[in-house]
Design a protein around this ligand. Sequence first.
Ligand code: PBG
Length: 344
Amino acid sequence: MLKQKKETIINEEAIDLTRRPRRNRKSAAIRALVQETRLHPSSLVAPFFMIEGNNTRQEISSMPGVDRISIDLAVKEAAALYALGIRAIDLFTVVSSEKKDYRGSEALNPNNLLTRTIRAVKKEVPEMCVMVDVALDPFTDHGHDGVVDENGNIINDATLRVLGDMSSLCAGAGADIIAPSDMMDGRVGYIRHQLDNEGFTEVSILSYAAKYASSFYGPFRDALHSAPKFGDKKTYQMNPANSREAMLECSLDEWEGADMLLIKPALPYLDIIAKAREQTELPIAAYHVSGEYAMIMAAAQNGWIDGDRVLMESLISIKRAGATFILTYGAKKAAELIRKEFPY
Ligand code: PBG
């Protein structure tokens, strides 16, 4: 009975339809031919969480697949990523609580973990582009991105001076790109001038232009033990409800001399990425942040989604929205999948 019904349906005469968009999806070959956006390992940036020690690796429970690693392992990992086609890494350091203070002095220690990592990677894998996240939160005992006064206010201009010095320290150690993530006013211009005055005219600035006060940063703060000890970051990071303000931040950073602009987080802010893409000719980066990554991994571990496919779909969506390149904890995984001819 059922079979008979099915046959009558498929044997019916074709309806006269001029437009059949499905023709462009009829085979894998045609789907590949008409694909508008592609992911390549060279448009992915892998963040590294650095710790002291030798051959030392610590798992981060809220970020399965991402470890804190010592310098020797970071050098090996950089070489492995390079072989997979990844061309940039972004460095973060875990600072022990004894070294943290209210103004983040360890950020300016010329021999801190950050500068040692930059030097080691640039020595062993010189072709790899090394980015450095410049902000004070891993270094301050209160966990804020800037210098704090006795009333708990984050002081803009005093912070710029420290960020300027931290940037030249990293440039001197060999960093290719300085990535200020603090959201203080005027820091791009300030850092650009300081770098130029000290002869680092070749060092680029990737500005975290529109960085939102997001709850998606939770696992990252676990990774670095950098959660704010009081208050929140709403007086410097942006209100998630705002979009025009993000365009203002992008214009100011471009005008102050940023070489590239970054939007963060990524997936919940695709509209901001798309708008920024319309507004500027600069490359746009997107940061697919720790919470976005953790959600994929957690659901995948529960068997609720296919983690690899959801990762790739997230990354291609970010690219489609207008990102030129993407910082993601899934960089290595994605590069491996691309090599296996995953259809993105
Ligand atoms: C530091 C910084 C943060 C992230 C990148 N740089 C945390 C924060 O601003 O609180 C978040 C990255 C992530 O969640 O993956 N300023």
